[in-house]
Design a protein around this ligand. Structure first.
Ligand SMILES: N[C@@H](CCC(=O)N[C@@H](CS)C(=O)NCC(=O)O)C(=O)O
Length: 217
């Protein structure tokens, strides 16, 4: 990880979750200097007044870019901001850009919120709400299938590796929590492994905690 000692560059407020890892992976891909400030959401640190001042929805990730004075919450907005700052991993406005926005919004509106519900009901509260477990497991599988179809004849979700893959991959990396067998989705599995092999993804996954990337067996 590149660290900035003097208060310039980017401060990343994050935790070891899919939304947090999107931004650390992006920063590593771009090789931008950044400092990491872990916000332990299991201890309620996301509610601290100093944090809420620039992350008003009390959630990680958030960034403060000291080069521009801009602070941002919401991982999708942060990915777009960093892509725009560097001219990398997002297309200029045109047909491909809109395709990227379509699939980024699909991630932000479906993959993140729905798989997050699977984590809540299936992983952390099994047996408490069978209807919810069934509902979100089914939706989880449906969304995996949408990606499986999308990846037909494509290496990445919008043809070239982009913020769309960076936004989506950390959610698929929780396939074990979701009780999903990636081998049932061979194109999604290959996409997942291809991205897991990227050194920047491995470095970004290890922020703010060094944990092993799950590998499908
Ligand atoms: N739409 C937001 C969601 C952020 C989010 O849900 N963050 C979770 C961790 S992945 C969080 O901070 N949870 C703490 C809480 O809900 O109190 C984004 O994509 O940045």
């Amino acid at each position: 990880m590149t660290k900035q000692e003097n208060g310039n560059g980017i401060d990343l407020y994050t935790w070891a979750t899919p939304n947090g890892r999107k931004v650390s992976i992006m920063l590593e891909e771009l090789e931008l200097p950044y400092r990491v400030f872990p916000i332990d959401i299991t201890k309620g640190e996301q509610h601290a007044e100093e944090f809420v001042a620039f992350s008003p929805n009390n959630k990680i990730p958030a960034i403060v870019d000291h080069d521009t004075g801009i602070s941002l919450m919401e991982s999708g907005a942060i990915l777009m901001y960093l892509a725009n700052k560097t001219g990398k991993l997002m297309s200029p406005i045109g047909e491909k850009f809109w395709r990227e926005m379509e699939w980024l919004m699909f991630q932000m509106g479906h993959i993140g919120p729905m798989l997050g519900q699977t984590h809540h009901f299936v992983r952390f509260n099994p047996g408490k709400a069978p209807y919810a477990e069934e509902r979100y497991s089914k939706e989880n599988a449906r969304l995996y299938q949408v990606l499986e179809v999308r990846l037909k004849d494509r290496e990445y979700i919008v043809d070239d590796y982009s913020i769309v893959d960076i936004a989506t991959w950390p959610w698929i990396s929780r396939f074990e929590w979701q009780l999903m067998n990636l081998n049932d989705y061979p194109r999604l599995r290959d996409w997942y492994v291809r991205i897991a092999e990227r050194p920047a993804v491995q470095r970004g996954y290890a922020v703010p905690q060094q944990l092993e990337i799950p590998v499908p067996i």
